[in-house]
Design a protein around this ligand. Sequence first.
Ligand code: NDP
Length: 497
Amino acid sequence: MTITGTDFTESTFLRQQPVKMLIGGQWVEAASGKTFETMNPSTGQVLAKVAEGDSEDIDRAVAAARKAFESGVWPKLTPSQRGRLLWKLADLIEQHAEELAQLETLNNGKPIKYSRGGDVPLTADHFRYFAGWATKLEGDTIPVSIPNMFTYTLREPVGVVGQIIPWNFPLQMAAWKLAPALACGNTVILKPAEQTPLSALRLGELIGEAGFPDGVVNIVPGFGETAGAALAAHPDVDKIAFTGSTEVGKLILQASVGNLKKVTLELGGKSPNIIFPDADLKFAIRGAINAIFFNQGQVCTAGSRLFVHKSVYDQVLSGLTDYASKMKLGMGIDPATDLGPLVSQEQLERVTGYIETGKREGATTTIGGSRPDSEQLPGYFVQPTVFDNVKDEMTIAREEIFGPVVVALPFEEVEEVAARANKSIYGLSAGVWTNDVKKVHKMAAALKAGVVWVNTYNQFDAAAPFGGYKQSGYGREMGHAVLDAYTQIKTVWVNLR
Ligand code: NDP
């Protein structure tokens, strides 16, 4: 197998073709024998063939996860032993950091400097943070007012958990899902996105190497309509954790009704990023660039609606345009690349479709607005694009584009911008740039979003809760907030009379 677009030498992982799935501690082919191709978005060429899981494989994986949850080694491990396994996995991720970074970049297209500097270390950090929680899942003693009763609570795992993740941060999304679920004592079936299954599968090998018992983590690559839907509807799955589009989130919720499984959803966004005139503008412009162009704009929190105070609008727009013009588009694997390709042909068509809609509806671009020269960059590339002359009602100002496309919108008053920022079906995140402490707190309170960043953007930490308001979903990931999603509370009454 030739691996295109790289001198990929660190991993022997891709040499076993097709890449198999992990069920009950075994690496197996799909029950149907089918495989699918996964691409290198930088070149548009096939990177590997992967076993294509469907409902039969999901059945096998759920049975393995159920067995591991109910009996055997996993429920007998002490919290301290569970914590050690998670810590060991973090160590292994660090030991294989370069290989994982390359795999992530090859399969997703993201610039290697971010895979190396962000995705991989944050993945290790996530497992380490939750390793600590395994020994701290405490119940309470309850001072009830009924005489002679000793009443306490236990925090118990939910059971068998299905986790469906997207392609924008394949490794980190796997960590966000797996680490808290395992710390809390659940067993898991993880379905990676069809576009980017490779790093999660390599992580599966490291999970085995760390010593997790068979069946505790099962990884079934495949398509959403088949493997994903079967997992969401499975009668023996107790909970689904999903990250992806709002549209599919609604399908997941419908599918969960059969056995009333618990569901947490981390969905789309159209996040406002608001620059006040008293902000440090140079800093704010750089922040706005990071907010929209990081990961090619394929971030659920992308600061895609840039509200700029009228008095500094022209200055900010020209700064933004200037910065964007200096960004280097290139192959993900090139260390000099700032902006890689989008993940797939489908996303390319989706994003360029939105750009055309924006132009048709009367917006104009100050930069970008098309694909770069396809001879030099044959993959799924789009230029960083800044839209001016935008109205709040336009499609590009309302819908999630999920690409390197920002709309700039002037405003005049604090109350006005808060109301306009909140006028969205989404409520995932928001940014505020100001040096006025009163504005900071007014805006933090006024914005209907699960996270508000002030004079910064796209900050994530395993200890800080993350999740959406409105149609950006519900439930929280990270921090102690996520523990509610992966445990249930049992109340025990003991009559002492
Ligand atoms: P999806 O929501 O379709 O994909 C997310 C995950 O859900 C993937 O693993 C996918 O599988 C799976 N899936 C798809 N359909 C079903 C189903 N019926 N039942 C169960 N699982 C399913 O996102 P897309 O990849 O289609 O991207 C479309 C848009 O979604 C983007 O443009 C963006 O707006 C938004 N999005 C938001 C993300 C976020 O972080 N909140 C992440 C990704 C996308 P498979 O990929 O194999 O089909």
